[in-house]
Design a protein around this ligand. Sequence first.
Ligand SMILES: Nc1nc2c(c(=O)[nH]1)N[C@H]1C(S)=C(S)[C@@H](COP(=O)(O)O)O[C@H]1N2
Ligand SMILES: [Mo]
Length: 314
Amino acid sequence: MPAYRPPHIAASEITPRDIYMSRRNFMGAAAAAGLAFAGADSAFAAPLSAKPSAFKLDETLTPKEAVTTYNNFYEFGVNKDDPAANSGDFKPTPWSVKVDGMVGKPKDFGLEELMKMNLEERTYRMRCVEGWSMVIPWIGFPLSAILDQVEPLGSAKYVSFETVVRPEEMPGQKGFFQPLPWPYIEGLRLDEARHPLAILAVGLYGETLPNPNGAPIRLVVPWKYGFKSIKSIVRISLVEKQPETTWKNANAREYGFYSNVNPAVDHPRWSQATEQRIGEGGFFGANRRPTLPFNGYADQVASLYEGLDLKANY
Ligand SMILES: Nc1nc2c(c(=O)[nH]1)N[C@H]1C(S)=C(S)[C@@H](COP(=O)(O)O)O[C@H]1N2
Ligand SMILES: [Mo]
């Protein structure tokens, strides 16, 4: 492995808008030079093949280095680079996902079985509620595939999801400052969960899921803000009533149950009309692109919400 020294950049040359991207460039260069990088490529990352799918986009993919080092995963810390820096001790194997609640056939799915589902590569646009977006080639399978196996009862109207709690492996879950109550929980209406766009992802960029992205299995719901796409799932329950969700519990005025990407409904503290595509850089604001209703998936999902007031149900 050749020794690599990052180029020296005088602090005086760095403007605030450059700080984030220059760090990304450094990390990309470091990765290209083969430098060990805690978390960015987890010890468990392995090639993963999947059949191509019709879910493609005519948009530039967000570089893998950015996808795996610019993350929200508060179990590992609240800063964007914390998950890559602090997830090296997290062990995504062995793993299983309990699927229970109002179902005819509750079942624990072992990771081996989940990895043998009909895996597809699907490139999705992802939009964080904070105003940034990425384009990510996920590998996964429709959530409906496992819902079908457990046979939801007629009384089941919602699906709730739970992230693992492992303070010994997740530094954000121990210590004095804990930003959220654990476990991280999320939920969908059953019809949303059964929508063909909703997937459980087990990989990205042709490899098993890196720890910062929610190894070994996470939800991906591309028409909703990123926080709905819960990571490192250990339990999925079919329930009758709308489940509690982490961000609504934390601040119901700012984060609702639906959380559909909607440029016409602003967050109380900022506009949602535009977004910064990670990797495109540029001057503050200059490179922002318009945010699309339902994150560009309106043709496929708008019918789920016919008759629903999307301003009241944000
Ligand atoms: N368990 C858990 N899941 C989580 C989060 C989290 O903090 N904990 N952050 C969410 C947010 S805000 C976003 S934008 C996405 C980011 O996914 P990515 O890092 O793979 O892009 O994960 C979501 N899932
Ligand atoms: Mo987010």
